[in-house]
Design a binder for this molecule. Structure first.
Ligand code: OOB
Length: 559
């Protein structure tokens, strides 16, 4: 255990760049413009929650399998927990990791943090020791919030494991039954001290949360989002989706995902006095029962769920007639599925092309069918600036595809603690290089046609190929590793690992066991492993991924 801890710490240190500047703010001129034009409203999330509780007190805000909370109850519970967190020693600017399923607790903890300026980091349910450990070390997180068990996985032992190699983690807080040395969330609420009311609240321009980037490097990147910018993201998304107080939003994708949380998702619905229903599973049978029971009007899916929902809809006895808008995003939706969604659900499809880094594009419910079905929408804000460039970074001619660069009122200006990476991820005038290849139509709508970044999009789940390669290379029998994404009917893309080994004895199962031992999230395990004697190189000595891709094609043709 000690050796592993030392190794993981060492590996992390070697890979982390010199930490100079934590956060890159918007230049003053931009910030002033966003404020003067009312985009940034100068309210923190705690102030907003209080406003909502005042306006819509007795209305239902949140519903899950076990609880139904009104706006007033949500505010009261968040405030009580904020006092409990304060009594525990959490202070403004502290980082905490949230890894909870879709349940009311997520929101109570989130708003409790906002009240005292504690910054939540949204981890995904599938993340394991590698991801949570790296996040903790990068952010010096002091607390880690987990369920006891979820989806047959015990998060309490994961937390113990993470704690071994993350020195900053002082508290493991468990929604449910705590393990030895861990704290039960319910007990925390009772600890409340009044002193939290006296602490200095956060500023609207402060960081409210850190989101995880899909990543292109060996290590995770964190995205700072301020109260001002994130509230605007929720607002502009809600306008583009036509959200009102009559809407009922169903969260089926993980709540910590930016799409589900803020586009317009949970926050955009709450900001308008609607009701949010939290489903523990995206399975259509479960979701359809929610739709019928709560009168759901809007939900969001990733593309691989669409065929499952379409086929279940043919047999279901549930009444789905309340549904008016079905959002799909995170990966490219096949053109032929979009019209099917509208026919089968008698609802509008809304394509959403977004990123944790900021920019969100959406088709609008009243766009012509052609645009709704074949594009990924146009930016949600008139202040979003979009540039499409060729390989030299020069503007592409109109309609010609190129890499998408963007900056705007809710798009980051730099990753957290990553000055060296920031130097390449942004242009000198602050545009974020998205790594997405898009085509822009005269209406401003974008179609995502490819990618320059070293990333696999496995049905919405992002995998940095470099990260998986680094883990494979740590295996003593592995001499070379190359991971690439290939087209897959169900997920859009799947991952293939080419592994060079002298012994030739390695199997896919050996490698999966090895990656599990290293604590890598299972969705990053290669879907297919090809053991080879050596990897082909380009003339400059890099692994020739095009040749590998070609060899897969040839193999397939021979079968
Ligand atoms: C969303 O956020 P991330 O951070 O997990 O991933 C962002 C990347 C984009 O840069 C793009 O490569 C891809 O995911 N992407 C899409 C897409 N939506 C996202 N590619 C094609 N078509 C789409 N509709 O995935 C995300 C965040 C907020 C809202 C929606 C999605």
């Amino acid at each position: 255990m000690e050796r592993r801890k030392a190794r993981e710490n060492e590996e992390f240190k070697n890979m982390t760049e010199a930490i100079a500047e934590d956060i890159v703010p918007w230049p003053e001129g931009f910030a002033r413009r966003y404020r003067e034009n009312g985009l940034w409203q100068g309210r923190t999330f705690d102030q907003r929650l209080l406003d909502w509780a005042e306006k819509w007190g007795p209305r239902l805000a949140l519903v899950d399998d076990n609880r139904r909370l009104t706006y007033r109850e949500l505010a009261e519970q968040a405030h009580r927990l904020a006092a409990g967190l304060h009594a525990l020693g959490l202070r403004k600017g502290d980082h905490v990791i949230l890894q909870l399923p879709n349940a009311v607790e997520f929101m109570v903890i989130w708003f409790a943090c906002q009240r005292i300026g504690v910054i939540p980091i949204h981890a995904m349910p599938g993340h394991r020791r590698n991801e949570v450990g790296n996040l903790s070390r990068l952010s010096d997180a002091v607390a880690y919030f987990i369920p006891d068990r979820h989806g047959r996985f015990d998060y309490r032992s994961l937390a113990e494991d993470v704690k071994e190699s993350a020195d900053s983690l002082r508290h493991i807080v468990v929604a449910g039954e705590a393990g030895p040395g861990q704290l039960a969330l319910a007990a925390l609420e009772e600890r409340a001290d009044a002193a939290s009311n006296a602490t200095e609240p956060p500023e609207p321009s402060d960081i409210a949360l850190l989101l995880l980037s899909g990543g292109t490097t060996g290590l995770p990147k964190l995205i700072p989002r301020t109260h001002d910018d994130y509230a605007y993201n929720a607002h502009a998304s809600a306008v583009a989706s036509g959200i009102s107080g009559d809407d009922v939003y169903l969260a089926v994708l993980p709540i910590g995902f930016n799409f589900t949380f803020c586009c317009p998702g949970v926050l955009g619905t709450l900001a308008n006095g609607g009701k949010v229903v939290l489903s523990e599973s995206p399975d259509p049978a479960t979701a359809f029962r929610w739709i019928q029971r709560e009168g759901v009007t809007v939900t969001s899916l990733s593309p691989p769920l669409v065929p499952l929902w379409l086929s279940e809809a043919e047999y279901t006895d549930c009444d789905l007639s309340s549904l008016r808008l079905l959002q799909v995003g995170g990966a490219r939706l096949a053109d032929e599925l979009a019209p099917q969604i509208e026919t089968v659900f008698n609802a509008r499809v809304q394509q959403v092309f977004g990123m944790a880094e900021g920019l969100v594009a959406m088709t609008r419910p009243d766009d012509p069918a052609e645009l709704r079905y074949t594009t990924q929408g146009r930016p949600i804000s008139p202040y979003d600036e979009v540039r499409i460039v060729d390989e030299d970074g020069e503007p592409s001619a109109d309609g010609v595809e190129g890499e998408l660069y963007t900056r705007g009122p809710y798009t980051l200006r730099g990753y957290y603690r990553a000055p060296e990476y920031n130097a390449i991820a942004f242009t000198h005038d602050g545009y974020y290089r998205t790594g997405d290849i898009v085509q822009r139509f005269p209406s401003g709508h974008l179609a995502v046609v490819g990618r320059t970044k070293e990333q696999i999009n496995r049905g919405g789940e992002k995998i940095a190929t470099r990260e998986v390669e680094d883990h494979l290379l740590a295996h003593p029998e592995v001499e070379g590793a190359a991971v690439l994404g290939i087209a897959d009917r169900r997920r859009g893309e799947r991952s293939v690992a080419f592994v060079a080994t002298r012994s030739g004895r390695l199997t896919a199962a050996d490698l999966a066991a090895f990656l599990r031992e290293r604590g890598l999230a299972a969705y990053k395990f290669p879907d297919q492993v090809e053991v080879v004697d050596s990897l082909p190189l380009t003339t400059v000595g890099k692994v020739d991924k095009n040749a590998l891709r070609e060899s897969l094609r040839e193999n397939r043709e021979q079968v």
